[in-house]
Design a protein around this ligand. Structure first.
Ligand code: ADP
Ligand code: MG
Length: 339
C-alpha cells in the first residue's frame, strides 16, 4: 500500500527553490534586481567558475534594517507589496519574496548590509537554510551578497548545470541586458577577476551600447522615439547593415524589465520586414513604457515572460512605428531574396 508522507520543511524549501533558482544566472538576476529595487546607483557583480562556486553582488542602495535581516530570508517575505491588489501597479522588479529564501536553501550565503542612517551594519550567514545568528559589523552603506557553492546540498541539480564557461556566458548575456535596461546605474561586471564591462551610469543608452557591443554597432544606430495612447517606446533601431543571424540582438524592456513577449518581437520584426532578408534578424535596443495595469508580469516565477492586455493594439502600433522610424532615414529596402 502506498504511504502518504508529509514532506519536511527543508525538502519543501528545496523543491520551491528549484522554481526560482535554476542556475547561477537566476541567482545573479535576483540579486541584481534586488539591488536595483534598493535604488542603488552603483552595482558590482563578480562571478567565478561561471557563478557556480562564487557570486558576489555589491550595491550602494538602501540596505536592510538590522532587525529585518533574518526576516528578508523567510519565504514570502517582501517589502515591495502587501496585497494582491498591489500587483496591478507593481513597479519594483521583485515582489514575490521568494528569491533570498530560495537562494539560501541551495547555496552558502553571506550578506553584509547597512542602511545609510545606521552607524554599523550586520553580517548574516545562512547555508542550505541553516543560519548563524546575525552579528554587528562595520560596513559601508548598502548591501553585499556573497553566494558560494550553488547546489552544494542538491547534487542532482548540480549535475544538470552546464560547463562553467557556458553558465558564465548566460550570466554575462543577462548582465549586458541589465546594463542596457538601466543606463542610469553604473554597472560593473567582473568575470574570473577580469572586468568585462563598466558603465558610467550617466543615463546615456548609446554609451552603454558602445561599451557592450562596440564601435561598429554604435555607428549604425537610428535613434527612435514614439508615444501615444498611454504607451511609448524609445531607444535605437539598428540599420539593416548590422542585421544579425539570430535573435540575440533583439533587446527590449517593458517598464525597465528585460522580458520575452511574442507580440513585441513579431511586431518589431514586422516593422523591419522590408529591410531584413530571410534568416536574418534586426539589431535593436528598445525601452517600452506602458501603464502597469496593461501587462501581466505574474506569468512565471522567473518573471521573464509577460502577457500584454490588448496585444493586437500594441502589435499594430509598434510595427507601424518601427516601419516609420526606418522609413524616415531613407534606407534602401532589401530585395527579399529566397535563400
Ligand atoms: P522580493 O525582491 O520579491 O521582495 P527577495 O527574497 O528578493 O524578495 O528579497 C526579500 C526582501 O529583502 C526585499 O523585499 C527587500 O526588502 C530585502 N532586500 C533584498 N535584497 C536587498 C538589497 N540588495 N538591498 C536592500 N534590501 C534588500
Ligand atoms: Mg527580489
Amino acid at each position: 500500500m502506498p504511504v502518504i508522507n508529509l514532506l519536511s520543511q527543508s525538502t519543501i524549501d528545496k523543491i520551491a527553490a528549484g522554481e526560482v533558482v535554476e542556475r547561477p544566472l537566476s541567482v545573479v538576476k535576483e540579486l541584481t534586481e534586488n539591488a536595483i529595487d534598493a535604488k542603488a546607483n552603483a552595482i558590482t557583480v563578480e562571478i567565478k567558475d561561471g557563478g557556480i562556486s562564487f557570486i558576489r553582488v555589491t550595491d550602494n542602495g538602501c540596505g536592510i534594517p538590522k532587525d529585518q535581516v533574518k526576516k528578508a530570508f523567510l519565504r514570502h517575505a517582501t517589502s515591495k507589496i502587501t496585497s494582491i491588489e498591489d500587483l496591478s501597479y507593481v513597479e519594483s522588479l521583485g515582489f514575490r519574496g521568494e528569491a533570498l529564501s530560495s537562494i539560501a536553501a541551495v547555496a552558502q550565503v553571506e550578506v553584509l548590509t547597512k542602511t545609510p542612517d545606521d552607524i554599523t551594519g550586520m553580517r548574516y550567514n545562512i547555508a542550505g537554510g541553516v543560519e548563524e545568528e546575525p552579528e554587528e559589523v562595520g560596513v559601508p552603506a548598502g548591501t553585499t551578497f556573497l553566494v558560494r557553492n550553488l547546489f552544494f546540498n542538491t547534487p542532482v541539480r548540480k549535475k544538470f548545470l552546464k560547463q562553467p564557461q557556458t553558465e558564465g556566458g548566460y550570466v554575462s548575456d543577462m548582465m549586458e541586458h541589465l546594463a542596457l535596461s538601466r543606463p542610469d546605474i553604473s554597472i560593473k561586471f567582473v568575470q574570473n577577476g577580469q572586468v568585462k564591462f563598466h558603465t558610467s551610469g550617466n543615463g546615456d543608452l548609446k554609451e552603454v551600447i558602445y561599451r557592450i557591443y562596440g564601435k561598429d554597432i554604435t555607428q549604425a544606430l537610428i535613434p527612435f522615439e514614439k508615444s501615444g495612447d498611454g504607451f511609448g517606446v524609445s531607444g535605437f533601431l539598428g540599420k539593416p547593415e548590422i542585421n544579425r543571424s539570430n535573435r540575440n540582438f533583439e533587446v527590449y524592456f517593458v517598464n525597465g524589465r528585460f522580458v520575452k513577449n511574442d507580440v513585441i518581437t513579431k511586431a518589431v520584426e514586422e516593422g523591419y520586414r522590408a529591410y531584413v532578408m530571410q534568416h536574418k534578424f534586426p539589431f535593436f535596443v528598445l525601452h517600452f513604457t506602458m501603464a502597469p495595469d496593461r501587462i501581466d508580469v505574474n506569468v512565471h516565477p522567473a518573471k521573464m515572460e509577460i502577457r500584454l492586455i490588448q496585444g493586437s493594439e500594441f502589435y499594430n502600433k509598434i510595427s507601424k512605428w518601427v516601419g516609420e522610424g526606418l522609413h524616415a532615414v531613407e534606407l534602401i529596402p532589401n530585395v527579399r531574396l529566397v535563400e
